[in-house]
Design a protein around this ligand. Sequence first.
Ligand code: PAF
Length: 277
Amino acid sequence: MLLIHTVAELRDRLAAKSSVVFVPTMGNLHEGHIALARQAREYGDCVVVSIFVNPLQFGPSEDFDRYPRTLEADCEKLRGLADVVFAPDVAAMYPESQTLFVEPPPIANELCGAARPGHFRGMATVVLKLFNIVQPQTAIFGKKDYQQLHIIRLMVKQFNLPIRIVGGETVRAVDGLALSSRNQYLDAAQRAEAPQLRFELQKIRVSLLAGSREFSAMQTLAADTLKARGWVVDYISIRERKTLVPAAFGVADWVVVAAARLGSTRLLDNIEVCDIE
Ligand code: PAF
């Protein structure tokens, strides 16, 4: 496994590769990332994992500075799974001040985008840069960040990028909590409470599959339940799975997406509800 820090060396090393599979990450890898790297092997011969904490996608009061940077441990975890780890520093990714951006569609201002203005613009911009640097045939993103995956799919489609985008299933702790680098910010009591987010989404799923179409009432009930248990809820929303517009009556093909905070830690989760196929 090669550890590469510069764009020039990466380009050089990948020049002769015909099927590159790319897993972009911000490091501090957990089993969720490892599952994506393992899945990557099914799609090509050369698996490239990037590790870059992208300043462009963090707001001024967010956790960019305290985001855990654990490159050595990450490389250990990727040994035998990745062929190349690309870990540029900020100067390598942004040798000059970035003045051109990917302007994401209006959906980027809803859900996570409502609480994190500019986040998806910064995310899409760095992902486009990484795609141009790595030039993969396939790229894999976790479904836990459902809105991110949706925006990347749109970007690839609308900019005609010749890249297949694959969504990797969310990996969970035994109690159902979606794995996330931010889980380590939770204290013991918050960690014990955290799976409740998943339970509320499961309850909505059961109601939807049982035929309820009281979308607003289901969302409010779940949010109120979490609030009563000490959460600050950013959103719990039932959306059309393919477009992320608010759910409407019709075919059951939805995703219930949620973001809520325990103390200062913001947790994301979602559950697909597809009664078709
Ligand atoms: O999901 C992430 O870790 C980041 O948003 C990504 C896709 C690596 C871009 O910085």
